[in-house]
Design a protein around this ligand. Structure first.
Ligand code: DC
Length: 226
C-alpha cells in the first residue's frame, strides 16, 4: 500500500491534483478539509462561536463524522446526513479554519484520517498530512501558488457553483484563512522537512498533474498499491 500526502494553502490546486492522481492510480482520494468543514457546519448550526475552544469541544460528543466512498467519490456525512455542497461556502471555509485551530477538534478527527490510510492506499490532501497524519507517507508534496493565482482559481470555482462573490473578497478571506492556518499553535499548515515544495502558479492543471504524477511514479516504483 502507498500513502501520498498533498499539503498546502487553499486554492493551490491540491484537490485537482489529488483527484486526478487517485483516479489514475485507482486509489482513494481523501479530502480532509471536508472533515473540518463538517465540524464547522455543526458548530454554525448550534450557533456556537467557532473560536471558543470550550464551547466547541463540548459539542464534539454530539457529532459523528463518517467518510465513505462510492466509485472513488468521497462522501462525508454528519450524523448520517450527507451535507453535499453546503460545506463549500465561504462562510463554512472560515468556520472550518476556526475550529481546525482547536486541539480537541484535531484529535477528534485524527483516527478517521489514519484509519482509512491503514486499510487502503490513499492520496490525502490537507494542511498537516505530511507532518502529523501520515508522517511516514511515501510521497509528500507541499503545493503552493501565488496569492493572486489562488484567489482567481477559488473565485472561478465558487462562481461555477453559483456562489456570488468578488475577487477582492476571495483574496482577502483566503489570505486571512492562510494566516490563521499557518500560524496556529497545533498542526500549523507548514511543509514537512521532507516534503517536496511545488509552486504551480504558471502551470495548467494538466501540466501540474503530469509533473506530480512523475514524482509519485519515481518515489513509489516497485511498491504495490494494494
Ligand atoms: O482544504 P479546505 O479549504 O477544505 O480546508 C478547510 C479548513 O480546514 C482550512 O482552512 C484549514 C482546515 N484544515 C486543516 O486544518 N487541516 C487539514 N488537514 C485540512 C483542512
Amino acid at each position: 500500500m502507498i500513502q501520498i500526502a498533498i499539503d498546502g494553502p487553499s486554492g493551490a490546486g491540491k484537490s485537482t491534483v489529488a483527484k486526478a492522481l487517485a483516479a489514475r492510480l485507482g486509489i482513494i482520494y481523501v479530502d480532509t478539509g471536508a472533515l473540518y468543514r463538517t465540524v464547522g457546519y455543526y458548530v454554525r448550526q448550534k450557533e456556537t462561536d467557532p473560536k471558543d475552544p470550550v464551547a466547541v469541544e463540548a459539542l464534539l460528543p454530539e457529532i459523528r463524522v463518517d467518510l465513505s466512498y462510492r466509485n472513488g467519490t468521497q462522501t462525508v456525512s454528519l450524523n448520517g446526513e450527507d451535507l453535499g455542497d453546503r460545506i463549500r461556502t465561504p462562510e463554512m471555509s472560515m468556520y472550518a479554519s476556526a475550529v481546525s485551530a482547536i486541539p480537541a477538534v484535531r484529535a477528534f478527527l485524527l483516527d478517521t484520517q489514519r484509519d482509512i490510510a491503514k486499510r487502503h492506499s490513499v492520496i490525502m490532501d490537507g494542511r498537516d498530512i505530511g507532518t502529523v497524519i501520515l508522517p511516514e507517507a511515501d510521497v509528500k508534496i507541499f503545493l503552493t501558488a501565488s496569492d493572486e493565482c489562488r484567489a482567481q482559481r477559488r473565485c472561478e470555482e465558487l462562481c461555477a457553483k453559483g456562489i456570488a462573490t468578488t475577487y477582492e473578497e476571495v483574496l482577502r478571506d483566503m489570505q486571512e484563512r492562510d494566516r490563521a492556518d499557518s500560524t496556529r499553535a497545533v498542526a500549523p499548515a507548514i511543509a514537512a522537512p521532507d516534503a517536496i515544495p511545488f509552486d504551480n502558479s504558471w502551470m495548467t492543471p494538466e501540466e501540474c498533474v503530469e509533473r506530480i504524477a512523475a514524482i509519485v511514479a519515481e518515489k513509489t516504483a516497485g511498491k504495490s498499491l494494494h
